[in-house]
Design a protein around this ligand. Sequence first.
Ligand code: OGA
Ligand code: MN
Length: 249
Amino acid sequence: MAVVSSVRGGIRLVSRVLRQAEGKPRLGPVVWVRSVSDSSPLRSDVQGVVKGVEGEHSWLCGSSAAVLETVRGHVEVKENFITEEEESALLQELEPGLKKKRYEFDHWDDAIHGYRETERLQWGSVCTGVLGRVRAVAFPEGSPLLGPVHVLDLDKAGYIKPHVDSIKFCGSTIAGLSLLSDSVMRLVLEDNSADWVDLLLSRRSLYILRDETRFKFTHEILKDADSCFSGQRVPRHRRISVICRNLPV
Ligand code: OGA
Ligand code: MN
């Protein structure tokens, strides 16, 4: 079960497990991650980048045809999954709570830099409808879900370092809505960092990471300065993600 703890500001967040430098797990407000590394390859040269299969994946590119084949069926981006009105409804519910918090920048060892976050169990009717759709498309039928939805607000200067979500607290599937900004999510094979794929997460899209891509690859959200997809610049503004997860079996 998820551990709920009282953290800064008296807000109850589901704790994440972060491996610290000494290798000791720590329970705290930095959530979900089991490993963090800063070793993601820099690719100023886009030669050799392989695009997803024509027509299928305008949102997917990677280091080789083989790695694209590996992630096939285990990663999905559904563009325009929500309407502008639904995005507004989500923001309207989330902004008042988020605005009371400060972005966290100073924890250099955290997996996430320049963020504030919350979780939410109860939603208004429009948002409940949206989340129902997310759950219906993302999770296997009958899969027990983590009740509270995780909301992560990245400042324009914020980013998420490579990590793997805690296998203790989260199950096979991670599904996230992207609000306010396009961004690039990079997946890097843990066993071989030469194997990577980038996902273009357009504003109002839903991404789903399942099984292999969730367990064997690290994921990260690129900082604005590095935010490119297939050689094309993708300006990263403030971005809010609304993330649903299932429970481990
Ligand atoms: C996380 C994470 C991705 C996102 O919070 O563990 O990877 O889309 N978030 O914000
Ligand atoms: Mn994660």
